[in-house]
Write a protein that binds this ligand. Structure first.
Ligand code: NAI
Length: 339
């Protein structure tokens, strides 16, 4: 966030010098579900991002207020709010990046899969809109269960003839954000310098942080690694329980979503070596979708990076997560093709 804020003050300086003719190209970002718990702080953070020239906020309710509020912030982008399905086209037209946090969040005792019935339908209809109005946009899927909503999106795009696997991303950045924070706390290192890849998927045991590859290295004892892994996997549930019925992670998710969208924009703009973990179409394992490090570029995914070397504990975790991830992927594909 500090760097986003710093960038935003750089941006207003640049704007005064005439950004339109400067080096940062025009980029439209659309947020679908912009009036929600994630949508609102995410709209704020994207308004602070100097790489955005047009910010389009869409929801079925509440967007005029959010858009009016955010639009008063004196940063580069022009903000427009759109409400109701009949305005989805206008919200999406010309979008370079579409971020989707639309849908219901978990309540205590629910798994992400319990959200499937409602969110699958929402994602399906929003993706049909994307195929129609901005088929070349990079799609950042936040709506849960990500392990199923990303395959649903792929099927919708395939049916519309617009699918490009390089442009579809499940946002797993919050798992990385959590792994970094929890690791820094135990390893006693500067959190700002920490890197931890997180692979697999985005639900329970399918979230597999690779602490053996964490930097700076700390040689933590095995029992600490086991506890850190479990805390990262249960990070979402920790927040759901603390919010006691009032939803799931929204603020940390908005931060994570803003980091990932910023990486997509940097990639589109030709910044070299932009690498983030994401749940994408993949041949890294036998599963058709898998989260791993991905290099982002002008076309979206430039390269899906391999897993690197895993500890025995991580190898075991990888084998354990495959059946659950496989069935969540298949559930999404089946839904998209049956309904
Ligand atoms: P929320 O209920 O506060 O907000 C959801 C928003 O989506 C509401 O404003 C609602 O009006 C809107 N919406 C519903 N149907 C829509 C449609 N057809 N078109 C446009 N907007 C629509 O929920 P919250 O807390 O913002 O969570 C949103 C989603 O993000 C949930 O599915 C949640 O599970 C997921 N999530 C994902 C995370 C991740 O790491 N990928 C982390 C945390 C939450």
């Amino acid at each position: 966030l500090r760097s986003l804020l710093r960038n935003s003050s750089d941006a207003s300086r640049v704007t005064r010098r005439g950004f339109a003719s400067g080096s940062a190209p025009e980029r439209k970002v659309a947020i679908l579900g912009a009036a929600g718990g994630i949508g609102q702080p995410l709209s704020l953070l994207m308004k602070l991002n100097p790489l955005v020239s047009h910010l389009s906020l869409f929801d079925i309710a509440g967007t005029p207020g959010v858009a009016a509020d955010v639009s008063h912030i004196n940063t580069r982008s022009e903000v427009v709010g759109f409400m109701g399905d009949e305005n989805l086209g206008k919200a999406l037209e010309g979008a370079d990046v579409v971020i989707i946090p639309a849908g219901v969040p978990r309540k205590p005792g629910m798994t992400r899969d319990d959200l499937f019935n409602i969110n699958a339908g929402i994602v399906k209809s929003l993706c049909a809109g994307i195929a129609k109005y901005c088929p070349n946009a990079l799609v950042n899927m936040i709506s849960n269960p990500v392990n199923s909503t990303v395959p649903i999106a792929a099927e919708v795009f395939k049916k519309a003839g617009t699918y490009d696997e390089k442009r579809l991303f499940g946002v797993t950045t919050l798992d990385v954000v959590r792994a970094k924070t929890f690791y820094a706390g135990k390893a006693n290192v500067n959190v700002a310098e920490v890197n931890v890849p997180v692979i697999g998927g985005h639900a329970g045991v399918t979230i597999l942080p690779l602490f053996s590859q964490a930097t700076p290295q700390a040689n933590l004892p095995h029992d600490v690694i086991v506890a850190l892994t479990k805390r990262t996997q249960d990070g979402g549930t920790e927040v759901v329980e603390a919010k006691a019925g009032k939803g799931s992670a929204t603020l940390s998710m908005a931060y994570a979503g803003a980091i990932f969208a910023d990486a997509c924009l940097k990639g589109l703009n030709g910044v070299p070596d932009v690498v983030e973990c994401s749940f994408v179409q993949s041949t890294v394992t036998e599963l058709p979708f898998f989260a791993s490090k991905v290099r982002l570029g002008k076309n979206g995914v430039e390269e899906v990076l391999g897993l690197g070397s895993l500890s025995d504990f991580e190898k075991e975790g990888l084998e354990k997560l495959k059946p659950e991830l496989k069935s969540s992927i298949e559930k999404g594909i089946q839904f998209a093709n049956q309904n």
